[in-house]
Design a binder for this molecule. Structure first.
Ligand code: G3P
Length: 215
């Protein structure tokens, strides 16, 4: 499973990229607004740090407008993936952008049937929102599992990107469910590094190493 960062914070992206574990980045209007920057400027900064798919989201509501906006966003950088929300207009736009060779990420997916429609429209990436499904009292990981199974059964090329990840257990479960990618908030990525026994173990080794001359 590839790991993306779900943020527009450039410091966190630099920190994650320095560990060599970040394969891409997903952004959305809320994440960019939280940074108080212009969307295009920040996406280009991210492209300088991470050499992988960088999702940037459209906000238009008709198919024609989404296609126009998607073309503009795709022209920013060759690694940009155009994020389009699941809807009738969104599916029409994804199929037209895909026919033009533009990579797309169908976002706000909450069921395997939506994932099936997204893949038929030609979405490169499909983003089930695990945490928000859990919030609604359903099992977000089940949507990931079913969507991956559909892609595998029919040898479909879309990749399932587990989004709305809220905690470290979601990451393990997404990997076991066969998600091709999980996009993680920086906090969750950095939490993955730690285990109480690892941290205690390091302290013990350091204490014992103080008893001899360093190499
Ligand atoms: O990748 C989608 C993500 O940004 C949504 O996360 O926590 O707002 O549901 P959340």
């Amino acid at each position: 499973m590839r790991i993306f960062l779900d943020t527009a914070n450039i410091d966190d992206i630099r920190r994650g990229a320095a560990m060599g574990v970040v394969d891409g980045v997903t952004t959305n209007p809320s994440l960019v607004a939280a940074e108080g920057v212009e969307y295009r400027d920040r996406v280009l900064e991210i492209c300088d740090v991470v050499d992988g798919p960088i999702s940037a989201e459209t906000i238009s509501e008709t198919a024609d407008e989404i296609v126009e906006e998607g073309r503009r966003i795709a022209s920013w950088h060759e690694n940009v993936v155009v994020k389009v929300a699941m809807s009738e207009a969104g599916l029409a736009a994804i199929s037209r952008l895909s026919a033009e060779g533009i990579s797309t990420n169908c976002t706000l997916v909450f069921s395997a049937n939506q994932a099936l429609l997204a893949t038929r429209a030609g979405a490169t990436l499909i983003s089930p929102f695990i945490g928000r499904i859990d919030d609604a009292g359903q099992d977000g990981m089940e949507v990931v599992r079913e969507s991956v199974q559909i892609m595998e059964t029919y040898h479909l090329p879309s990749q399932i990107l587990a989004a709305s990840v809220r905690h470290t257990r979601h990451v393990t479960e997404a990997a076991i469910a066969g998600a091709h990618i999980a996009t993680l908030p920086p906090k969750v990525l950095f939490q993955l590094i730690h285990h109480p026994l690892t941290d205690v173990g390091i302290q013990r080794f350091l204490a014992d190493a103080a008893k001899y001359t360093p190499v």
